[in-house]
Design a protein around this ligand. Structure first.
Ligand code: ADP
Length: 529
């Protein structure tokens, strides 16, 4: 049901106009018949006289428009723009008009998400005995359909904007990798204190930018429903990081208490991110649009066999009369263009899908507290968690001959400098085709390749190497700026190969290469008995 303040009243008895005078009995009989006839119709219908007064209205009509009672001017019961001229036109021409779209503006303070009620009306002239032309008016409320259509258009627009944002974020990964990597290389040198501090600031800001890009990418992508090991504290922190800037500029202090003993569970990380982000955004909006400052307190604790995530603000709160509506679709008190009223209803369906619950506790002027609980279920580790296995491997100092393939000159340069600095030998190629030519004539211990390159990309290069030198295809490390794009993700899952997401730290790179170095060491030991 739409939350626009229009409650459907209990249907009343059909009302009929009583006639007086000589033809009273025959006339009243006709009216009774007419009233009975329209009762049988399963859509809202009224009979309207030439004077535009209601002759009879069925129960469906009265449920939709309670003021549509006998004797009343139809326009005082139902006043969408253009109804009067529509009725007069049918009286004048005697021709029916079907499925005419009508719109009735509503008071925007009751529900800004519904600027107008929409109807589809049909008017048919009928000639009932000596009463001359009367009109049969049928009305259908199509507000919800209309809202769904515009919602669909809006969500398509958002998808397009999201894809664009993802594209921009993706492009930022290469320069960020270079900024992060080169500043780390500089930090390995002997530096005076001031220069060191400056470069440390560059490195840490680049890491921060990388985190923002990563968060942006993960929110912009549409994902399939996937239950994975889930750490609620990490997820909430990720969302807080993403909105850190908004909180800062709106003078909002964020206080967190994460119980470190909270167990992990299985959940769809990205769906839950969406839940926390929506609740947080609502709090930021409530605080910034009311007092212009405030505190948001976020807690993650284990309560029995559930994980409880509490997000509370000290904003204006939610008045009691609307508290029970906030999880309903299309309910919003935000001005047009600011809210869709879908956020919390989506949160509710996501949380219920996880077997959990979401509730709100609030009073006017006392802030709002949203409490999400999800069950703790045993965590199933993904068997192909290659990165963890590699991290566990003992570092080895075997020198590697590495082929680094990336179309970005700055990333190639960084890889060369970083790998040289730890004693490896490096050759570079600007794309998959050039790399293949080099692999054909030279032997390498490892290949580090970008996934997305013009011409022959990382996936195609892997396939060619698998045909040419199957052994070497086991020693490929992929670099990607977009690990979760559907194609990249399914490729990496299928091959189970290690992957490093840009921007990466030199430490990350070293850890991945340790596994290859160790494998080379073992090969050498085996070969020499
Ligand atoms: P939207 O944000 O598009 O309005 P939601 O479903 O996310 O849709 O929220 C529905 C409504 O719940 C909001 O319009 C607002 O009236 C109320 N609400 C949600 N969170 C808060 C909050 N922290 N403080 C005050 N009101 C809130």
């Amino acid at each position: 049901m739409l939350k626009n303040g229009r409650a459907a009243p209990a249907p009343q008895q059909t009302t009929r106009r009583k006639l007086r005078g000589p033809d009273a009995r025959a006339g009243n009989r006709r009216l009774r018949d007419c009233g009975r006839l329209i009762q049988a119709i399963d859509v809202p219908v009224a009979v309207v006289g030439r004077d535009l007064r209601v002759v009879a209205a069925n129960e469906r009509m009265q449920a939709l428009l309670p003021k549509m009672t006998t004797g009343r001017n139809v326009m005082s019961a139902f006043s969408p723009t253009g109804l009067e001229s529509l009725l007069r036109e049918v009286i004048d021409t005697g021709a029916a008009r079907r499925n005419v779209a009508l719109e009735m503006p509503v008071d925007s303070s009751s529900n800004p998400a519904i600027p107008a009620l929409r109807y589809r009306a049909s008017v048919t002239p009928v000639n009932i005995g000596d009463r001359g032309i009367e009109l049969v008016l049928s009305v259908e409320d199509i507000t919800a359909d209309h809202m769904r259509d515009s919602q669909l258009m809006e969500s398509r627009r958002l998808v397009a904007v999201g894809e664009m944002a993802a594209g921009v974020a993706h492009e930022l990964n290469n320069p960020l990798t270079a900024v992060m990597g080169f500043s780390q290389l500089l930090l390995r040198q002997d530096l005076d204190e001031v220069t060191r501090r400056d470069i440390e600031a560059i490195a840490s800001e680049a890491r921060r930018a990388g985190k923002i890009v990563d968060n942006l990418l993960s929110f912009a992508r549409r994902r399939e429903n996937a239950m994975r090991p889930f750490d609620a504290g990490h997820a909430v922190q990720r969302v807080l990081d993403l909105r850190q800037y908004e909180c800062k500029v709106n003078n909002i202090r964020v206080v967190t208490y994460f119980d470190s003993t909270t167990p992990r569970t299985m959940a769809d990380t990205h769906q839950l991110d969406q839940v926390f982000l929506n609740i947080l955004n609502n709090s930021i909006y409530a605080l910034s649009s009311s007092r212009g400052h405030g505190t948001i307190t976020v807690g993650v604790v284990a309560v029995g066999d559930r994980i409880r995530i509490t997000m509370a603000d000290d904003g204006p709160g939610i008045p009691e009369d609307i508290l029970s509506h906030v999880f309903e679709p299309f309910f919003t008190t935000k001005p047009a263009g600011k809210g869709t009223g879908l956020g919390l209803s989506i949160c509710k369906s996501i949380i219920e899908h996880h077997g959990g619950s979401i509730r709100v506790d609030s009073r006017s002027h006392k802030g709002a507290t949203f409490i999400v609980e999800i069950p703790v279920v045993p965590v199933e580790e993904a068997p192909e968690d290659v990165s963890k296995m590699e991290e566990a491997a003992a570092p080895s100092y075997t020198m590697l001959r590495i082929l680094a393939v990336d179309d970005e000159p700055s990333v190639r340069e960084l890889l060369t400098r970083a790998l040289h600095s730890v004693g490896h030998e490096v050759a570079t190629a600007a794309d998959g085709a050039e790399a293949l030519r080099m692999i054909y004539v030279e032997d390498y211990d490892a290949i580090i390749t970008d996934m997305k390159m013009p011409g022959l990309g990382g996936a195609e290069l892997y396939q060619c190497v698998a045909g040419l030198k199957p052994e070497l295809s086991q020693r490929i490390l992929f670099l990607t700026g977009d690990v979760a794009s559907a194609d990249t993700k399914s490729f990496l899952e299928k091959t189970g190969k290690p992957v490093l997401t840009k921007p990466f730290t030199l430490e990350d790179l070293r850890k991945r290469l340790d596994a290859f170095a160790r494998a080379k060491y073992e090969r050498t030991v085996t070969a020499h008995g």
